[in-house]
Design a binder for this molecule. Sequence first.
Ligand SMILES: C[C@H](O)[C@H](O)[C@H]1CNC2=NC(N)=NC(=O)C2=N1
Length: 102
Amino acid sequence: MPQPEPLSDQDIAARLGELPGWSVSEGLLRRGYHFAGHFPAAAMVIHIAQIQEELGHHADLTLGYNRLAIAVNTHSAGDRITALDFGLAHRIEAVAAAHGAD
Ligand SMILES: C[C@H](O)[C@H](O)[C@H]1CNC2=NC(N)=NC(=O)C2=N1
């Protein structure tokens, strides 16, 4: 597996344009989702865990009552943001609506 390269600020900005709702702060690619209740939020955590195991790439997931916060960067790239982080973000975004997340 080739080492992922940290992305430039310009590349990050361009990639964020393809991911409405996602942002970068404190060196992490972030997204917050709101759900109708606790169980739908918890169910999405399980689905994201499945995706992350498939990709071999894992975000920090913070589950609240009806909210889920996602924060990710690439540890093997010195905790910098890489294409692997955006790849995970796109996979998560692709299933969010089906989970009733907004
Ligand atoms: C062996 C395993 O695939 C690696 O340690 C993976 C696990 N998940 C990971 N997740 C993140 N965010 N960054 C990594 O560098 C990383 N490395």
